[in-house]
Design a binder for this molecule. Structure first.
Ligand code: ADP
Length: 489
């Protein structure tokens, strides 16, 4: 057997609030623990910011927006500074990947192959946009000259989750920085470390003090303070739809612009004419990647009746050889869930699935004795009304449903209040395009799954979100349009 290749643990350097270019403790003096999910051990005490710290961060961000050089500087220079940030992240790629694995628990091979390259690419993509943001000239009635300008929306509050900590920073900072906005960010309480390290690199890259401020802390305190603060013009949030409902209510007083990227219960449809090996590999990846902790996970796997047995046998075989274990081992494919709460919730859903009468073909229990590992779990015989088919589980739990004909399938696929993503596996292009047309979801993958690109907009229909991130669409959310009309006589 090959010897395991275990990657070294990184050093933790930044644990305080980053406000106005300074590293400072929370005003209350409080800290909270962040853990390594593979062992449960405490790895750092992090400043627990709350309203007082958010107030300071907003003052710094407001000053940087209203007086500072960021939005006024040569737009090309803004892009160059953003490129420098991407370069610095690339130079520290191994260290940052290890830090992500330490705080989140995701396998080091995933951090290196997915999180880091996507983070760097996203920042470079938006760096290229900085000097390409411009308005129009508009012919109007009368002797007037009318033009539009696109201006930064202002100070933005950005609240992110723990499943892709660095990547979510890039999705939020990229368009905001390109537009000339200034930022108050709250990373998730489970995974604050890489965001703080990125703030350090941003400062090193030359992003002026006050442009990026990071307040680690909890949702109902630091998060809510960001949402309510009158000095913040817009909130971009990624997380659960229930949290988004609270945020929408809290933001109503100041009528903030809001963009939301929320959960899903995405249908992944395998027709009988599909390349079944490719469909099985793609479906396995589309559900188990990142320990199942993906908002777009293909968690309702619809398989056409006549290929069910052959297809399910392939899925079972893949689960049986999936390598679950130490996330610092390069051979590991699946690490622990992020924390005790997620671990408990997933095990509860596994019990619910068993009690509802679904057949558990693989897994169905915790893996090992320490940390938050769960076996790759596969439920067959799932029906539309079962709770495991309606609720977002956010873990390594796949549900297989069968279908006969396409019309019936489309109606069932859309029978959810979510609308984030969908996938179809078929060799019949007409059928694939029909599904892409009819499914109510923000992203549709045909014969692939989880293909992301900084240029391709991502976001949800229905209760999976408001607005889009990435691409030009993602930039629009950080801009206000100003119309200027000049009398010509
Ligand atoms: P998850 O279940 O993935 O943790 P949440 O929606 O609870 O999803 O959390 C996503 C982010 O939202 C985290 O940074 C969390 O601290 C923050 N958050 C939670 N509650 C609130 C709230 N009431 N106001 C603002 N932010 C919140």
């Amino acid at each position: 057997m090959a010897t395991a290749e275990i990657v070294d643990r990184p050093t933790i350097r930044q644990t305080q609030c980053f406000i106005g270019g300074e590293w400072i403790p929370a005003e209350s003096g409080n800290t909270f623990e962040t853990i390594h999910p593979a062992t449960g051990e405490v790895i750092a005490q992090v400043a627990e910011g709350d309203e007082a710290d958010v107030n300071k961060a907003v003052t710094a961000a407001r000053k940087a927006f209203d007086e500072g050089p960021w939005r006024q500087m040569d737009a090309r220079e803004r892009g160059e500074i953003m490129h420098r940030l991407a370069d610095l992240i690339e130079a520290e790629m191994e260290e940052l990947a290890a830090l992500e694995t330490l705080d989140n628990g995701k396998p080091i091979s995933d951090s290196l192959a997915a999180d880091l390259p996507l983070t760097i690419d996203c920042l470079r993509y938006y760096a290229g946009y900085a000097d390409k943001i411009h308005g129009q000239t508009i012919p109007v009635r009368g002797n007037y000259f009318t033009y539009t300008k696109k201006e930064p929306v202002g100070v933005v509050g950005q609240i992110i989750p723990w499943n892709f900590p660095m990547l979510m920073v890039a999705w939020k900072w990229g368009p905001a920085l390109a537009a000339g906005c200034t930022i108050v960010m709250k990373p998730a309480e489970q995974t604050p470390l890489t965001c703080l390290r990125m703030a350090r690199l941003a400062q090193k890259a030359g992003i002026p003090d006050g442009v990026i401020n990071v307040v680690p802390g909890f949702g109902p305190t630091a998060g809510a303070a960001i949402v309510k603060h009158p000095g913040i013009d817009k909130v971009a949030f990624t997380g659960e739809y229930k949290t988004a409902q609270t945020i929408m209510a809290d933001a109503s007083q100041t009528l903030k612009r809001l963009t939301f990227e929320l959960g899903g219960k995405s249908p992944n449809v395998v027709f009988n004419d599909a390349d079944l090996d490719a469909a099985a590999a793609g479906s396995h990846f589309g559900l188990y990647f990142n320990q199942g902790q993906c908002c777009c996970a293909g968690s309702r796997l619809f398989v056409q009746e006549d290929v069910h047995d052959e297809f399910v046998a392939k899925l079972v075989a893949m689960n049986q050889t999936r390598v679950v274990g130490d996330p610092f081992d390069k051979a590991t494919q699946q690490g622990p869930q992020v924390d005790q709460a997620q671990f408990d919730k997933i095990l509860k859903y596994i019990d619910i699935g068993k009690n509802e009468g679904a057949q558990c073909l693989t897994g169905g229990a915790r893996h090992g004795e320490e940390g938050f590992f769960i076996e790759p779990t596969l439920f067959d015989g799932v029906t539309d009304q079962m709770q495991i088919a309606t609720d977002e589980i956010f873990g390594p739990v796949m549900s297989i449903l069968t279908f006969k004909d396409t019309e019936d399938l489309i109606q069932r696929a859309n029978n959810t209040f979510y609308g984030l993503a969908a996938a179809v596996w078929s060799r019949d292009i007409g059928k694939a395009h029909l599904l892409a047309d009819r499914v109510r979801a923000g992203t549709v993958w045909v014969n692939c799954y989880d293909v992301f690109d900084a240029a391709a907009p991502f976001g949800g229909f229905k209760m999976s979100g408001i607005g889009r991130e990435l691409g030009e669409e993602g930039l629009k959310n950080y801009l206000e349009i100003k119309t200027v009309t000049v009398a010509l006589d």
